[in-house]
Design a binder for this molecule. Structure first.
Ligand code: SAM
Ligand code: DTB
Ligand code: SF4
Length: 340
């Protein structure tokens, strides 16, 4: 099957409009062709610098513009981060993802960040960081330290983006993704569903990702965790649009799987309030990665006990340490032959 980066919005809208059973059959077929269908990657998330972020993302508890009660911290001590990473490894995590509530890292932060990447890699886990916007030089420093993935979400359609965030543009986001790609680090980019956006926006969101010059190796699909004191959390609490319809969420996962066949699709934030049946549909539709543990960055996560029980009931197992899909192999670009 050809890996395409020339999807049109119309084609993606057609996927969203399909009878649900037909859409599931198609996404399951694509998933089974390219991935082990019953294996799910386990990732652990750690907030290494929480709160006090100058950006005004309407969904985020860590923005200084939100009144969410999240206290701002300094960058965590390197040793403390490495201790958490060791614990994650013991719990079976394959990837350690670290997030910082920054608009961008300052150059003075880089030595500690580099030390963290090297330390976690030495433990034999894949490393992922999300630190905000990067300069080409910072991306190169992270690549040289051995960072496997950089997470930087496009979050929604270009049209909806500026309704959710005013302090930066979608083009800033795409520029950082370019720097990451050029440095040779694998790209992790996805977004949030359930912010009050329309289906057209969800189509535009998938279209933007699926028409990047190369697909992101990881695509996190978050369901909005509505946090009190954030613009979107409060808006959703006060209006009847409320939570995203479960079937529409599964359709978004299926569209990601079909249009970006080689990518890991991560069922990210929002699982804590998602039924087991909906999560099962997401895995069937092609999601093959989750965050484990009972906390995301600031919000609660499903938790290891409930995940173990769910995996048992669904016959899912943890994906075991495979080589990361390196960007230079071109696995998510061009035809499948290019990946071999
Ligand atoms: N500051 C960095 C940035 O924005 O890229 C890194 C951390 S930021 C918290 C990472 C991602 O988490 C965001 O891009 C967004 O997709 C997701 N996120 C943040 N708050 C969320 C919420 N309340 N519900 C769902 N996803 C959320
Ligand atoms: C992503 O797409 N989801 C993760 C990760 N990238 C860094 C973050 C989810 C954050 C959920 C809200 C919170 O914990 O504050
Ligand atoms: Fe800052 Fe990232 Fe939260 Fe936006 S999503 S306010 S950039 S921490």
């Amino acid at each position: 099957m050809e890996i395409r980066t020339d999807w049109t919005r119309e084609e993606i809208a057609t996927l969203f409009d399909m009878p649900f059973g037909d859409l599931m059959a198609q996404s399951m077929a694509v998933h089974r062709e390219h991935h082990k269908p019953n294996e799910v990657q386990l990732c652990t998330l750690l907030s290494i610098k929480t709160g006090g972020c100058p950006e005004d993302c309407g969904y985020c508890s860590q923005s200084v513009h939100a009144d969410s009660g999240v206290a701002a911290t300094k960058l965590m001590d390197v040793r403390q981060v490495l201790q958490s990473a060791a614990q994650a490894k013991d719990n079976g995590s394959q990837r350690f993802c670290m997030g910082a509530a920054w608009r961008n890292p300052k150059d003075r932060d880089m030595p500690a960040i580099v030390e963290i990447v090297k330390g976690v890699r030495e433990m034999g886990m894949e490393t992922c960081m999300t630190l905000g916007m990067l300069s080409p030089k910072q991306a190169d420093m992270l690549a040289e330290a051995g960072l496997d993935y950089y997470n930087h979400n496009i979050d929604s359609s270009p049209e909806y983006y500026e309704r959710a965030i005013s302090t930066r543009k979608m083009s800033d986001r795409l520029e950082t993704l370019d720097h990451v790609r050029n440095s040779g680090i694998n790209v992790c980019s996805g977004g949030i569903v359930g912010m009050g956006e329309t289906r057209e926006d969800r189509v535009g969101f998938i279209h933007t990702l699926a028409t990047l010059p190369a697909h992101p190796e990881s695509v996190p699909v978050n369901a909005l965790v509505p946090v009190k004191g954030t613009v979107l959390g409060d808006m959703l609490a006060d209006t009847p649009i409320a939570k995203i319809d479960d079937i529409e969420f599964v359709r978004t996962v299926a569209a990601a799987r079909i249009t970006m066949p080689m990518s890991m699709v991560r069922l990210s934030a929002g699982r804590e309030s998602m039924s087991e049946a909906t999560q099962a549909l997401c895995f069937m539709a092609g999601a093959n990665s989750i965050f484990t543990g009972d906390k995301l960055l600031t919000a609660p996560n499903a938790g290891d006990d409930s995940d173990a029980a769910l995996f048992d009931r669904l016959g899912l197992t943890a994906l075991q340490g495979e080589e990361p899909l390196r960007a230079e192999k071109g696995a998510c670009k061009g035809t499948l032959e290019a990946a071999e």
